[in-house]
Ligand binder design. Structure first.
Ligand code: SAH
Length: 220
């Protein structure tokens, strides 16, 4: 790291501690998840002009019509995913890269896909500078990454109209997929794959995400 544009000072750290306490009071229980949130400098994932919003529990625009998810939502999805050290995790919707960093702090090996070229390039540059090393893919998350399957966990961070079958197929037996499923508002859905044709689905409340889109932002 060079220069102070990636500054993470005592003020940021103090604000982050407060955010962690807020998430705890809202019901996030996993100490591992709270620790991960406490470690990731969320302000660096947003435009500098929005610094004052970085540690509020709110979603925020990140360009290309997309948003960085609300910290509570990131924590909630991550908790449902039950990430263990060394888990091979497929993330769909890199966006700002914030959720990716949280997964990496939990010790996961992360494969992350983004369909918007600008966000793909920006998050790749930023995460690399911050010392986070997922494997980055530019493409359509609906297809998953068959060449790298199966995964222990799959996390979708955009609203899916339904649970994509292709992705369930790329999950290991015993694996977990978490996705917001629905139209204008979505139900947070967790799928546990007990066997090839044996999946257990549970619902965990309503959220609002930007839609999961087919294809990529650039025509071939
Ligand atoms: N996890 C992100 C949240 C980003 S919002 C963060 O922490 O910032 C959802 C992201 O999903 C957007 O960047 C959007 O471009 C992306 N997306 C939507 N449909 C997709 C698809 N089919 N494949 C890959 N990414 C997709």
């Amino acid at each position: 790291m060079k220069g102070n544009d990636l500054d993470d000072n005592y003020r940021h750290k103090g604000l982050r501690k407060k955010l962690v306490e807020e998430l705890r009071s809202k019901g996030i229980r996993s100490e591992d998840v709270l620790d991960a949130i406490n470690k990731v400098p969320r302000h660096l994932f947003m435009d500098t002009g929005f610094l004052n919003y970085a540690y509020k529990d709110q979603a925020f625009p990140i360009g290309a019509g997309q948003t960085i998810s609300q910290p509570y939502t990131v924590a909630f999805q991550t908790e449902l995913l039950d990430v263990k050290k060394g888990d091979k995790v497929l993330e769909i919707g890199t966006g700002s890269g914030y959720q990716t960093a949280v997964l990496l702090e939990l010790g996961a090996r992360v494969f992350t896909i983004e369909r918007q070229k600008e966000l793909f390039l920006n998050s790749q540059a930023l995460l690399t500078r911050l010392g986070y090393h997922p494997r980055f893919f530019y493409g359509d998350g609906y297809k998953g990454l068959p060449a790298f399957a199966p995964f222990d966990k799959i996390l979708i961070t955009a609203a899916a109209a339904e649970i994509p079958d292709t992705l369930i197929r790329q999950l290991k037996t015993g694996g977990i997929l978490v996705a917001p499923v629905g139209g204008e508002t979505q139900e947070m859905t967790r799928v546990i794959k007990h066997g090839r044709d044996d999946i257990e689905i549970t619902k965990h409340g309503y959220f609002v995400f930007v839609p999961m889109m087919k294809g990529t932002s650039y025509k071939k």
